[in-house]
Design a protein around this ligand. Structure first.
Ligand SMILES: C[S@@+](CC[C@H](N)C(=O)[O-])C[C@H]1O[C@@H](n2cnc3c(N)ncnc32)[C@H](O)[C@@H]1O
Length: 246
């Protein structure tokens, strides 16, 4: 099975970059939660998987020893090279599905923001993350919450009862695999995996899970972006911080 690489679709890419330009879920919800779990990155060698346009790579580069950003999207990488470059940052076109060219035991932190739900072979990805980390190294990643990716039909997922209480409908949770969603364009492919699969895959590959977070928006954030109030009902994202033992 081949990765979709939707971020190289021009309509999708332009819409996504436009979304990231305004108030968005990344800056107001996902990033504050990821920053809260970030270890002290001073002097670290960091790999950012699915680095996109490189905003996190640039941020890390001020303190880290080296930052490597990998992505499959040429458009993303060109943008990263243009707007988020720096002396200790290296960008590479590489799929997270095949990290075999990266040397074993070479990173203190493997980081990924909202990219792992595109991985088809999650077990292979996690095994690679373990292999390329130094002993004692950290894997920190966020992805779409399985509650969000579960339902195959994403129409009218929020329902209100007579008293005005809002509910989020979940179906198909037990059925893992591809989900085709409309996000700027038709047929964007995400992979649905159960929470138990994520946890078991991490543990089976030798990781020690340190924290798991399902970020809830701050009141101030909801004032800035009203749509975030939906995350008071159910989480859009899930974050795992795991360690490779000494
Ligand atoms: C939602 S964006 C997040 C970008 C960046 N991490 C951020 O938070 O700004 C997801 C990124 O994952 C990349 N991606 C998707 N599938 C990938 C794969 N198989 N290997 C590497 N990158 C991938 C996309 O091209 C895109 O840049």
């Amino acid at each position: 099975m081949k990765n979709q690489n939707i971020f190289d679709n021009k309509i999708f890419f332009d819409s996504y970059m436009n979304l990231r330009d305004g108030a968005n879920f990344n800056d107001l919800l996902e990033q504050p939660a990821m920053r809260a779990l970030l270890p002290d990155i001073s002097g670290m060698d960091i790999l950012d998987i699915g680095c996109g346009f490189g905003a996190n790579c640039l941020e890390f580069s001020y303190k880290a020893h080296s930052v490597t950003g990998i992505d499959i999207s040429q458009r993303m990488l060109e943008t990263a090279e243009k707007i988020n470059c720096g002396g200790n940052i290296k960008y590479m076109k590489l799929s997270m599905e095949d990290l075999s060219c990266l040397p074993s035991g070479s990173y203190d932190l493997v980081y990924s923001s909202l990219a792992f739900h595109y991985a088809i072979d999650f077990d292979r990805l996690i095994a690679s993350c373990f292999r390329i980390l130094k002993k004692g190294g950290t894997l920190l990643f966020s992805q779409e919450n399985p509650i969000t990716t579960a339902s195959k039909n994403t129409d009218n997922r929020y329902v209100k009862d007579e008293e005005g209480n809002v509910f989020f409908k979940i179906a198909d949770y037990q059925s893992e695999g591809e989900r085709h969603v409309k996000w700027f364009v038709d047929d964007v492919i995400h992979q649905h995996r159960k929470v138990s699969t994520i946890i078991t895959t991490l543990c089976k590959n030798g990781f020690i899970i340190q924290e798991c977070a399902e970020p809830k928006p701050a009141k101030e954030a909801v004032k800035i972006l009203k749509g975030l109030s939906r995350d008071l009902i159910k989480p859009s994202f899930i974050i795992f911080k795991a360690k490779k033992g000494e």
